[in-house]
Design a protein around this ligand. Sequence first.
Ligand code: IPE
Ligand code: IPE
Ligand code: MG
Length: 249
Amino acid sequence: MKKLQNREEELFQEVLKGKLPEHVAIIMDGNGRWAQKRGLPRLAGHRAGIISLKKVVACAQELGIKVITLYAFSTENWKRPRREVDFLMRLPGEYLQKELGSLIEKNIIIKIMGDLNGVPEFTQKAIKQAVEATQQNTGMVLNFAFNYGGRTEIVNTVKRIAKDVFEGRLRWNEITEKVFANYLDTGFLPDPDLLIRPSGELRISNFLLWQLAYTELWFTKVMWPDFNKMYFLKAIKDYQKRERRFGGI
Ligand code: IPE
Ligand code: IPE
Ligand code: MG
């Protein structure tokens, strides 16, 4: 245990010496398989995933990372059995209710992207309360993608732009990549520098389709409930070795 802590501390210090990603996006995947492997119900995996979430938030904050975006529920996750959907719908509310005090204290800004219509009242309230209570904060942005899908986001962006053109606030020939990006749900954020996906799946699953254009991707077979500070630091360490060219040479 002691040895592990030393290694973690060493890695933490190494990572601090390099260039940090400003924005890290994470697909919190593998909860169900983690639970099933232990003979537990899938819901136990989702609950265990909250512990990983807390570990990562704490580490990101210690490092001084500016933004973390977490994929918590996709527009496609409604296809799951009713019981699991109900549980997942309540989880953010529970997490925010319990953690809000400490998040405020840590100067964290809570943001949410995705469609809150169709989300239970209890969860909507907890989310709105957390967003309002932290909007004056100045620290790390903790951005949750909840009932979020990249394609839906792009379609909604097009609708917002079309409306502004139609109502004369924007000219069609003024639409540039930059303007488009500002209309996205992440309009207030820089694109992610690093995407982390645990669980062994090598895909994006409809997450941040526009924003990931030049993001560095990092995959691990570890399931999200087993993800911890050490893996987070490893991902950043690997990121620091990458050469980002953005199409140049
Ligand atoms: C991620 O874990 C949580 C959500 C998608 C909400 P999963 O529930 O997808 O877990 P696996 O992928 O089935 O193991
Ligand atoms: C992506 O995981 C969504 C979240 C983690 C919230 P999924 O488990 O839904 O993705 P697929 O179905 O394996 O692509
Ligand atoms: Mg999954």
